[in-house]
Design a protein around this ligand. Structure first.
Ligand code: BES
Ligand code: MN
Ligand code: ZN
Length: 511
């Protein structure tokens, strides 16, 4: 990963390939943000005027590169837009800085070292810039190379992420700043781990290879791990995981990966949907709906990454991750619409649509997680297209069996810069899942499809356990133009929310 250091050097004298400065949208044109005073001075106090002449406005995410003035060691200046200047006595909020740092880092792909001279009002803003820079300096290059790498156009040749970041304006000897940078590094590395897993195509990321990656990480970070293979799952009665996975040549797995702290008083269970490819099964998805379905394991990736992050940060809380891994494929051995599965909980489910598979694998994992009586369960899943229609591509939905917990998660997501919205669980939607032959069907009314899925999951959560469900179908995989620290492909959605939830739980802030 990109190396990041806090530096006391001046932006003008530091040896780097580029210096990043902030530019905000003022009433009368662009204004240079705090942190770039020495840079502006080297431009004879005319940096804002130069930027305006170059067409810069200071709008969010805008990037302007210019050759630097004499007296500045770095050859290039990169001005990144911060949007509207904050009101007097107020600072840029964390997400604005995170995105600006991300845009700058993306624009500097192919560059070796950059100094970031953005406005750092406090530790929080330093942490945000560090996170944004490290998340922006990401590239998924595992499948590039050989002939294509340097040849032709595209971004193949310049895809190496920015290698070194010097963060200016912080306090390198201050404990809080050091801790903030360490946290940002651990967090970004884990978000990037989730992104990598999501970006690996399904021919290489199977339930088995995903489980192997979890095993390797468990070894590296001292986590306990248990992997149930298809035989153990069949023997254990995991009808949901078996039913979804049985059509594929790549059999299912249930992974339990756990971080323990000797002084922890609370245990958090995280459950992730890990469909390594969702073809829809016999209820096959049409072309146009299956090209990105390697992303259907994004929930499991987020859970896995969050458990590792908790370990790296040494949080005083126990965190157990459950990865429900299966590939949903049509074949002669696949579950048919109309089949009835006997789930791990003992409940029976009539599978009306084999494309509503996420809730089936999650149901088994939720029941299993509940047996250990955790203080709370949060599941994360790319569960429904309905949630995408409701909330768009950047916002995940939060459902819960506890209003306060749902509100807490919404607040936490907001705090870490992830867009979310609380969704209801209207009881009247339950009857749409009544089945003439089984305890429940895996599909209900079309209207409110995301909420119906939440109601289905709730039936498999143990009595009296606080539970929330994050439907990340929209934000998990980014298909549009890159922006801020968000690249095309896997985003690592929900990792930061889960980690902050673990931190809050460790601090005793929650129930
Ligand atoms: N994995 C999909 C949901 C999805 C859609 C994720 C778009 C990411 C982007 C899920 O398994 C699915 O197919 N859901 C169905 C459920 C329906 C059959 C009840 C859906 O949303 O259409
Ligand atoms: Mn599906
Ligand atoms: Zn799916």
């Amino acid at each position: 990963m990109t190396a990041l250091t806090l530096s006391t050097s001046s932006a003008t004298t530091l040896r780097a390939d580029a210096v990043v400065v902030g530019v905000a949208k003022g009433v009368k044109g662009p204004v240079v943000a705090l942190g770039a005073e020495a840079m502006d001075k080297a431009f004879g106090g005319k940096l804002a005027a130069v930027l305006e002449t170059l067409g810069a406005s200071g709008g969010e995410g805008e990037v302007t590169k210019l050759p630097s003035a004499s007296g500045i060691k770095a050859p290039v200046v990169l001005a990144v837009g911060l949007g509207d200047a904050p009101a007097k006595d107020e600072d840029f909020d964390a997400e604005t800085l995170r995105r600006a740092a991300g845009s700058a880092a993306r624009a500097l792909a192919g560059t070796k070292k950059a100094a970031f001279a953005l406005p750092l009002a406090d530790v929080e803003s330093a942490a945000a810039v560090a996170e944004g820079a490290l998340l922006g300096a990401y590239a998924f290059t595992a499948y590039r190379g050989g002939e294509g790498k340097a040849a032709k156009g595209g971004d193949a040749g310049k895809s190496a992420p920015l290698a070194e970041v010097a963060l200016l304006g912080g306090k390198p000897r201050d404990k809080a700043y050091k801790a903030a940078v360490e946290r940002a590094e651990a967090l970004a590395a884990e978000v990037n781990r989730a992104r990598d897993l999501i970006n690996i195509p399904s021919n290489d990321l199977t339930p088995k290879s995903f489980a192997a990656q979890a095993q390797a990480a468990a070894k590296e970070f001292g986590l306990s791990i248990e992997v149930l293979d298809e035989k153990a799952l069949a023997k254990g009665g995991y009808g949901g995981l078996i039913g979804v996975g049985q059509g594929s040549e790549n059999p299912p797995r249930l992974v339990k990966i756990a971080y323990r702290h000797s002084k922890a008083s609370k245990t958090l269970a995280l459950v992730g949907k890990g469909i390594t490819y969702d073809s829809g099964g016999i209820s096959l998805k049409p072309a146009g709906h299956n090209e990105t379905m390697k992303c259907d394991m994004s929930g499991a990736a987020a859970v896995f990454a969050a458990v590792v992050a908790a370990a790296k940060l040494g949080l005083k809380v126990n965190v157990t991750g459950w990865l429900a891994l299966a590939e949903n494929m049509p074949s002669g051995s696949a579950t048919r619409p109309g089949d009835v599965l006997r789930m791990y909980s003992g409940k029976t489910v009539e599978v009306l649509n084999t494309d509503a598979e996420g809730r089936l694998v999650l149901a088994d994992a939720l029941t299993r997680a509940s047996e250990e009586k955790p203080d709370a369960i949060v599941d994360v899943a790319t569960l429904t297209g309905a949630m995408v229609l409701a909330l768009g591509n950047r916002t995940f939905g939060i459902m819960a069996n506890d209003d306060a917990f749902r509100a807490a998660l919404h607040e936490i997501a907001q705090e870490v810069g992830e867009q979310s919205w609380p969704m209801p669980m209207p009881v009247e939607l339950r009857k749409g899942m009544d089945s003439p032959i089984a305890d429940i069907a895996n599909m209900g009314e079309r209207a409110g499809g995301g909420l119906v899925a939440g109601l289905f999951l709730q039936e498999f959560v143990g009595e009296g356990i606080t539970w929330a469900h994050l439907d990340i179908a929209g934000p998990a995989f980014h298909e549009g133009a890159p922006y801020g620290y968000t690249h095309k492909g896997g985003t690592g959605s929900a990792v930061r929310t889960l980690v902050r939830l673990a931190e809050r739980t460790a601090a005793g802030d929650l129930g």
